[in-house]
Ligand binder design. Structure first.
Ligand SMILES: Nc1ncnc2c1ncn2[C@@H]1O[C@H](COP(=O)(O)OP(=O)(O)OP(=O)(O)O)[C@@H](O)[C@H]1O
Length: 310
C-alpha cells in the first residue's frame, strides 16, 4: 500500500438485504490520521457501511478497499489492524475490567506480558484505573463504553471504527468519551465513526458524509457543509397566537430561506439581528425569538427537509 493511498476507499458500494437496499452505491475515501464521520438518522445505512468496512458483512456491489486490501479476501488480515467499538457493548460482564482487555488481546495473539502492560496503559487512558479489578457488570454505561474503546485499542489498530460511540449516555459521560476520542485523534489515530448527533460530528470529525436513505447526500468538513448548505445565522421563531403556517407568507422575503417545523419557524439569514428587526417591522409578535449560529442540523434539514433527531 502506497503512502498516498487512502486507508479506506469505496466506489459504488452497495449493501442489499434481499430486495431491500440499505446502502445504495456510495463513494468515499478516508485518509490516515483523519477523524471521519457518517452522520445520518436511524436506518440511513451507517451501520451497514461500517460492518462492510469492519469485514463482518460482505458488500453486495461496488468496490471496497480497507488498508489497501479486499475485505472479502483478506478479512482476517484487515481485522487484525482494526479496532472496533460496536453499537451494543459486547464486554464479558463476569470478567474484570483488566481481564476483559487481556482476554481480548489474547485473541490477537499478543503475548501475555505485553497484554498485561498494554491493558494497564489503556485502563489508565480511559480513566478506569480505580475499577481495574472490578467486574464489568456493575459499571455505568459511560464506563462500559470507555472500556469498549480501550478494548478496541488493544491491538494498536491503524483504524478505529466506532458505531454511535455515545448513544444512550448522559451528557457528562458523553463528554468524557469525546475527550478520550479527541486525545486519540491528537495521537494521529484514524477514527471512523457513525453518529446521529450533530454536536458529536461537529466536535470530533475533520470530515464527514451526511447519509440518508442509503445514499451520501453531502460531504465535507463540518464548517464547509455549514457554509455550503446553510446561512451564518438562524432565527428560531415561535408564535402563540395562530397556527404557525399562517406566518409563512407574512415572513416571506426575510432572510434567505425559511423552514416550517411543527413547533417553530426557522429563518435563515446571514445576520440574525437584521432578520429579527425585519420581523418586528412587519408587526409580527413571536412568543419567543432565538438567534443562533447555523449547525449541521440545519444542513441536514436543508438537504432532506427533515430533522435529524425527531
Ligand atoms: N441484517 C439485516 N437484514 C435486513 N435489513 C437490515 C439488516 N441490517 C440492516 N437492515 C436495514 O438496513 C437499513 C439501514 O440500516 P443501518 O443499521 O445500516 O442504518 P443506520 O444508519 O446505522 O441506523 P441505526 O442508527 O439505526 O443503526 C435499515 O432499514 C435496516 O432495517
Amino acid at each position: 500500500m502506497s503512502v498516498a493511498e487512502p486507508l479506506i476507499a469505496a466506489h459504488g458500494l452497495v449493501k442489499r438485504f434481499g430486495d431491500f437496499t440499505a446502502v445504495a452505491g456510495i463513494d468515499l475515501e478516508v485518509r490516515a490520521g483523519e477523524a471521519f464521520g457518517f452522520l445520518g438518522p436511524n436506518g440511513a445505512g451507517k451501520s451497514s457501511t461500517m460492518r462492510m468496512i469492519g469485514c463482518v458483512s460482505p458488500p453486495t456491489g461496488g468496490t471496497l478497499r480497507v488498508l489497501g486490501m479486499d475485505p472479502v479476501r483478506a478479512g482476517s488480515a484487515i481485522r487484525a489492524r482494526l479496532g472496533v467499538c460496536p453499537q451494543q457493548d459486547s464486554l464479558d460482564p463476569e470478567l474484570t475490567v483488566r481481564e476483559n482487555l487481556i482476554v481480548y488481546a489474547r485473541y490477537f495473539g499478543i503475548p501475555r506480558k505485553v497484554a498485561r502492560q498494554r491493558a494497564d496503559e489503556l485502563i489508565e487512558f480511559v480513566q478506569l484505573t480505580e475499577r481495574a479489578d472490578d467486574t464489568v457488570e456493575p459499571l455505568s454505561g459511560g464506563m462500559k463504553r470507555r472500556l469498549t474503546i480501550a478494548r478496541a485499542l488493544v491491538n494498536e489498530p491503524a483504524i478505529v471504527l466506532l458505531d454511535e460511540p455515545t448513544t444512550g449516555l448522559d451528557p457528562q459521560a458523553r463528554h468524557l468519551v469525546w475527550e478520550r476520542l479527541f486525545q486519540l485523534k491528537q495521537r494521529g489515530v484514524t477514527l471512523v465513526l457513525t453518529t446521529h448527533y450533530m454536536d458529536e460530528a461537529e466536535q470530533l470529525c475533520d470530515r464527514l458524509v451526511v447519509m440518508d436513505g442509503g445514499k451520501i447526500v453531502a460531504e465535507g468538513s463540518p464548517r464547509q457543509l455549514i457554509e455550503r448548505y446553510s446561512t451564518r445565522e438562524v432565527v428560531e421563531l415561535r408564535f402563540a397566537e395562530a397556527a404557525l403556517d399562517t406566518y409563512v407568507g407574512k415572513l416571506e422575503g426575510i432572510g434567505e430561506r425559511l423552514e416550517l417545523l411543527p413547533d417553530r419557524i426557522l429563518l435563515y439569514a446571514a445576520d440574525g439581528d437584521l432578520a429579527v428587526a425585519a420581523v418586528a417591522d412587519r408587526a409580527l409578535r413571536p412568543s419567543s425569538v432565538l438567534v443562533r449560529r447555523s449547525g449541521l442540523e440545519d444542513v441536514f434539514l436543508h438537504l432532506t427537509g427533515r430533522t435529524l433527531v425527531d
